[in-house]
Write a protein that binds this ligand. Structure first.
Ligand SMILES: *Cc1c(COP(=O)(O)O)cnc(C)c1O
Length: 229
């Protein structure tokens, strides 16, 4: 079941990318395994899916320790006092949205002798209940994070306002892309010849996200089914 879903999504990613003139390999699939058991992660690995996203540290630790070949992105809200664990276990933190958490991650990454990849999370819809920095403050945050020696800022991430129709997300994805283009022109991302990452699009709207330039899509339900509550 999980394998079949992954294959279907890969085919859809490919078709969507080709259809809008993009390289299908320029879109990475992050399998969001939050609240799913380690067996589900193992099943996805068996199918060649080796990149996972987790929202809750507590829930992620056991899976990360048991599935050694996988890579992990943290995509949840991170508290400063958990920055050490996150810096140690994850290849990328997609949800940096304030200087304090960036500084904590940088400090821990330094201690671990690691260059930690991060994305800045932007609250494109300016929703009060959501994490992420407001678009108008993102540039200032990037300028503050840039000098931190142990972080590599690769791009931007967003969770747009929830819409029932995938098309409702398009404007928000476009907003993120425009911000990223502007920041890239100002050299605000880590500049070691890697392209700027745009993490956007989930089960319901990933095709629209790919059309608008996503380089990473975060898919949970469409791979693993409905999450247990
Ligand atoms: C849960 C979650 C996802 C995956 O959502 P689905 O709709 O299940 O694909 C993606 N990104 C973040 C930040 C999430 O919390």
């Amino acid at each position: 079941m999980i394998c079949r879903n992954i294959k279907r999504i890969r085919a859809e990613v490919r078709e969507t990318a080709l259809h809008c003139g993009r390289d299908p390999d320029a879109v990475r699939l992050v399998a969001v395994s939050k609240r799913m058991p380690v067996e589900a992660v193992a099943a996805a690995c068996q199918c060649g899916q080796l990149l996972f996203g987790e929202n809750y540290l507590q829930d992620a630790v056991g899976k990360i320790e048991r599935v050694e070949q996988a890579q992990w992105h943290f995509i949840g809200h991170l508290q400063s006092n958990k920055a050490g664990t996150a810096a140690k276990l994850f290849q990328m933190i997609e949800t940096v949205d304030r200087l304090k958490i960036a500084q904590a991650l940088d400090r821990h990454a330094g201690r671990l002798n690691k260059k930690l990849e991060v994305l800045v999370q932007v609250n494109v819809g300016r929703e009060p209940q959501k994490s992420g920095i407001a678009p108008e403050h993102a540039e200032a945050l990037l300028r503050e994070i840039q000098p931190l020696p142990n972080l590599k800022v690769r791009g931007l991430m967003t969770m747009p306002p929830y819409g029932h129709a995938p098309e409702a997300s398009r404007l928000w994805f476009r907003t993120l892309k425009e911000l990223a283009d502007r920041f890239a022109a100002e050299a605000l991302f880590a500049d070691d010849n890697t392209s700027v990452e745009l993490s956007m699009g989930m089960s319901g709207d990933f095709k629209v996200a790919i059309e608008e330039g996503a380089t990473m899509i975060r898919i949970g339900t469409a791979i693993f089914g409905k999450r247990p509550v």
